[in-house]
Design a protein around this ligand. Structure first.
Ligand code: NAD
Ligand SMILES: O=C(O)C(=O)C[C@@H](O)[C@H](O)[C@H](O)COP(=O)(O)O
Ligand code: ZN
Length: 364
């Protein structure tokens, strides 16, 4: 692949953080060392068990270029996003003599890059890191924007930091080994970007939903590019989520509560899919969203195999979990809703009866 085939999306710097680029293409490994730069002596490649061979290949490549490179293996999926695993990473960095000029590489899906970014944010109060997403969800969402963190029993991503990467390398070739369910989970965030900002995404998925569920589909690059552009545009203007960035949380208030209720054994995209149907019903019941757009949520999410419903008896626990959502202010629950396609707004303190009614629509 020539350099001309690499798509580059810019993310602006803010709050003292430098701007960076998201590169989308094939065989991007050669881009890693220039991003790490000459000042680093050591590089820690944090990767999940599933990517042991890739982690080792990158380690060897960087070692051959003179870096003291270590591959730091962590558990697959959400099991990596824990205080214990973060502490294990800190110990390894300490034993390696990792200094402020050294660099962390997060190689993997969103769980791994959230952890790696958090480790980088907290080690010596912040070292540079590079995100190398290997899942659809990682590419279109988690790797970009600098939200890093871990889960605790009380809630999803409750401990974390805003710490943008120095660069993002989205190598499309890595998607070929990703399981179907994990790929489809990423489509939930792609579809989210469609509803909140870029409806062309919805048209592309609806044109051939089956093709959208595989990286071999005709619109894969276009979908990834458009979803990353949405994310990059939003976070460029509001790194720390003091305003517009909240729209990226569409569907996440209920979605995160479901993940907590499932003890983080569900895929993020599956929970967010149900959360978006709930948010659409809230918008409809609040008299803001038209029926056609609300119904379109169910149609497009179901067409790619994402779930739409959750257990009715879970409501009290979900309501409790939603109270510590990061968008809450005091006792006020706040939801991102749509006033129309790509027209986001905030619904504050909805009447409890409206919440129950909306949940009734997603609990069968
Ligand atoms: N920071 C953010 O802005 C942000 C945005 C969206 C989601 N997230 C977080 O991302 C996480 C979900 O990420 P995800 O959907 O990428 O899942 P994941 O990171 O949990 O990965 C899913 C599974 O795929 C494996 N895997 C990863 N890449 C692979 C590959 N190329 N081939 C084969 N297997 C591979 C992983 O080891 C894991 O078992 C959640 O924790 C969510 O909260 C963060
Ligand atoms: O980047 C953001 O901002 C998002 O909200 C993107 C979400 O898709 C993502 O799941 C994020 O990790 C949620 O963050 P949280 O602040 O609600 O924990
Ligand atoms: Zn998400």
């Amino acid at each position: 692949m020539s350099d001309a085939d690499v798509v580059r999306i810019q993310v602006a710097g803010s709050d003292g953080h430098a701007p960076y680029e998201v590169l989308i293409g094939h065989q991007l490994l050669g881009e890693l060392a220039p991003l790490i730069g000459p000042k680093a002596k050591r590089v820690a490649i944090i990767h999940p068990e599933a990517l042991e061979a890739t982690g080792e290949a990158i380690r060897e490549d960087l070692a051959a270029q003179g870096y003291e490179a270590i591959a730091l293996q962590v558990p697959n999926a959400e099991d990596a996003k824990s205080a214990e695993v973060a502490a294990y990473c800190w110990s390894v960095l300490g034993q390696t003599g990792f200094t402020r000029s050294d660099v962390v590489v997060g190689l993997g899906g969103g769980s791994t890059t959230d952890l790696a970014g958090f480790v980088a944010a907290t080690w010596l109060r912040g070292v540079r890191w590079i995100s190398v997403p290997t899942t659809l969800l990682g590419m279109v969402d988690a790797a970009v924007g600098g939200k890093t963190g871990i889960n605790i029993a009380e809630g999803k991503n409750m401990v974390g930091a805003f710490h943008p990467p120095a660069g993002v390398l989205a190598d499309l070739g890595t998607l070929e080994t990703l399981g179907k369910h994990d790929y489809v989970s990423g489509l939930a965030e792609v579809i989210k970007a469609g509803f909140i900002a870029d409806p062309v995404i919805l048209d592309l998925v609806e044109a051939d939903p089956e093709a959208a569920t595989t990286p071999a589909g005709p619109h894969t690059l276009e979908l990834i590019r458009r979803a990353i552009q949405v994310k990059a545009d939003v976070v460029s203007g509001d790194l720390k989520e003091s305003g517009r960035r909240e729209i990226l949380n569409y569907g996440h208030t209920l979605g995160h509560a479901i993940e907590r209720n499932e003890r983080y054994k569900w895929r993020h995209g599956a929970a967010i899919s149900i959360g978006m149907v709930f948010a659409a019903e809230l918008g409809r019941l609040a008299g803001r969203l038209d029926d056609a757009t609300a119904d379109r949520h169910r149609a497009v999410l179901a067409s790619v195999g994402l779930p739409l419903t959750y257990r009715a008896d879970a409501w009290p626990k979900l309501l409790d979990a939603m109270k510590i959502d990061k968008k809450s202010r005091g006792d006020l629950l706040r939801f991102v809703v749509l006033d129309g396609l790509a027209k986001t707004s905030i619904l504050e303190g909805p009447d409890p009866s409206v919440l129950v009614a909306a949940y009734g629509e997603v609990s069968g």
